[in-house]
Design a protein around this ligand. Structure first.
Ligand SMILES: Nc1ncnc2c1ncn2[C@@H]1O[C@H](COP(=O)(O)OP(=O)(O)OP(=O)(O)O)[C@@H](O)[C@H]1O
Length: 511
């Protein structure tokens, strides 16, 4: 019994029974070492270990300030939708995501989660992954869990080719001590034991003209990584495995490949209260924030989106530590206000008085921005550069070419991302959030005194030039439904441009 209990994944089907009989090994048995020599279950252990390590923290703007996921994760509203996008009610817990409730297409294998920017799609996947890594994801007997960010698939060259095996082992987790290839054979034999998460389908910016998506049915066949992804989602590869795909609201994904659909709606008032309590350990701050939220329906509305709520709370915490009388903005709070507040916090963090010293009493955001103008200009330039080439990941060279120094990287706008070339090279960066990149790109356009009107308004022109069809649907008719071929286009992801336009409109109004 102890061996069945210890070598968990090898006897995964017996685990519910062990739980039912409430098996607890006595102490004298616990002392007996059990050496697992099975490559498959050793691989499962490795996967759980790596996923546990990678999902521990919520990425924060300052690496020194990382927060444990468990300390801040708060449930959000998860609305179940049918194939016509009509509501079927709300899910009660994460476990129900993979369950049968709300399945409208039993042949399909992909659960689609949609939601607006910052509503918490990535964090929800992170929570799912964390639960699995800790064996706390109820009602699933999955032994393998592979997580991917869709933007990874855009980093490959047109000529790059990989197989399913490479995708799993080279770009996710390598099976050690598996000379006989037992792990992969097992995965192929029992695809139902596999869960994939693919985050941010809207972020795919391929440069391939894939008017017709060829079928890839052999797991050994090497082909372009995007084709491997599409064939996985369609169930042509590793048929039977479960897939959870996230995308921004409005991204078209053909119902044919969707098993069930969930829309994230952010924090309800009760969730917001829970989040406030988790965020502020100090009762005085808690009460103050609650009162200010109650007083401003505008602010309250913005705070239903977790990302904006996090920015508002972080800013409040910081500015309150510097100025005695700081209050959250009350009327007509816009997203631009929120990002201005965040930028102010970034540039004023060095100015916080040491504990014990008197707080300042005059807050002058204009002075803070003036003092931070050089790095702000450099960050904005980088954001615009990325926006123009449709890119979210920057290498050292690009960062330096915009005039950013090592010290600037500590300010908080950028965070490091590991490279996807399996070399473990950490020298690439991305903005804390795509909406922040849009904000800074708009900032760059208004900061540039040489910019012509045409130049400033170029994103408006781009957005109106393009039609409404999803860029993905043009490229992948099997997913998106349209069959228009596409060539190279630096302005691929319309939504980020629309965000930039939103911020630009606000800046121009202020001029
Ligand atoms: N459930 C949650 N509990 C606590 N904080 C959350 C939650 N969801 C999101 N957040 C906060 O909001 C931030 C943004 O969330 P996340 O990256 O998951 O949004 P998203 O929906 O994936 O956005 P995008 O579509 O732009 O990628 C997180 O880094 C975290 O600080």
């Amino acid at each position: 019994l102890y061996i069945l209990y210890k070598v968990y994944d090898a006897y995964i089907d017996l685990q519910p029974w062990l739980k039912e009989i409430n098996y607890q090994p006595p102490d004298f048995i616990r002392d007996i070492p059990v050496k697992n020599t099975d490559p498959i279950t050793r691989y499962c252990e490795k996967l759980r270990h790596e996923l546990g390590r990678d999902t521990r923290f919520i990425a924060s703007y300052a690496q020194r300030e990382e927060t444990l996921l468990e300390e801040l994760y708060t449930d959000t509203l998860m609305e179940l939708l049918n194939d016509r996008n009509e509501s079927l009610g709300h899910l009660e817990g994460l476990e129900q995501l993979l369950g049968e409730q709300g399945v409208f297409n039993p042949q399909a294998e992909t659960v689609l989660i949609t939601g607006d920017a910052g509503v918490g799609k990535s964090i929800l996947l992170q929570k799912l992954q964390r639960l699995w890594s800790k064996r706390e994801l109820e009602q699933t007997d999955a032994m393998f869990f592979f997580k991917f960010r869709c933007r990874m698939f855009s980093t490959f060259k047109e000529t790059d080719e990989i197989s399913l095996r490479d995708l799993l082992f080279k770009y996710n987790c390598y099976p050690d001590h598996d000379a006989d290839n037992e792990v992969f054979s097992y995965i192929l034999r029992f695809p139902k034991k596999v869960i994939f998460t693919f985050d941010g389908y809207d972020e795919i910016q391929e440069d391939l003209d894939l008017g017709n998506v060829p079928e890839v049915v052999s797991p050994e066949e090497k082909t372009h990584p995007l084709l491997v992804l599409i064939n996985l989602l369609c169930g042509k590869l590793l048929n039977g495995s479960r897939k959870v795909l996230t995308a921004r609201t409005g991204t078209e994904v053909q119902s044919r490949v969707i098993r069930k659909r969930v829309a994230l709606r952010g924090f309800s008032p009760a969730h917001l209260q829970t989040y406030t309590n988790l965020h502020f350990k100090d009762q005085e701050h808690r009460d103050l924030v609650s009162v200010q939220l109650d007083a401003s329906p505008h602010l309250c509305g913005l705070c239903s989106i977790p990302l904006f709520c996090w920015i508002v709370f972080k800013s409040f915490k910081h500015l309150r530590s510097v100025y005695d009388d700081f209050e959250l903005p009350e009327v007509c709070v816009t997203l631009t206000n929120i990002f201005l507040l965040l930028s102010e916090v970034f540039f004023s963090r060095g100015a916080a008085p040491p504990p014990g010293l008197l707080k300042k009493n005059t807050r002058c955001p204009a002075d803070t921005f003036r003092a931070g103008l050089r790095p702000l200009t450099a960050f904005s330039k980088l954001a615009l550069l990325g926006m123009e080439r449709g890119g979210f990941v920057f290498d050292q060279e690009e960062v330096a070419s915009c005039g950013l120094t090592e010290e600037d990287l500590q300010v908080g706008f950028l965070r490091p991302v590991s490279r996807y070339d399996a070399c473990g090279n950490p020298s690439t960066f991305e903005f804390l959030h795509l909406t922040l990149q849009s904000f800074l790109a708009a900032f760059s356009l208004v900061l540039d005194e040489q910019a012509t009107v045409g130049n400033i308004l170029k994103f408006f022109t781009e957005c109106s030039r393009r039609d409404n069809t999803s860029c993905l649907s043009c490229v992948f008719p099997c997913i998106g439904g349209s069959s228009k071929p596409r060539g190279k286009d630096p302005f691929k992801t319309n939504e980020h441009l629309q965000y930039a336009n939103l911020f630009l409109t606000w800046f121009l109004q202020c001029y």
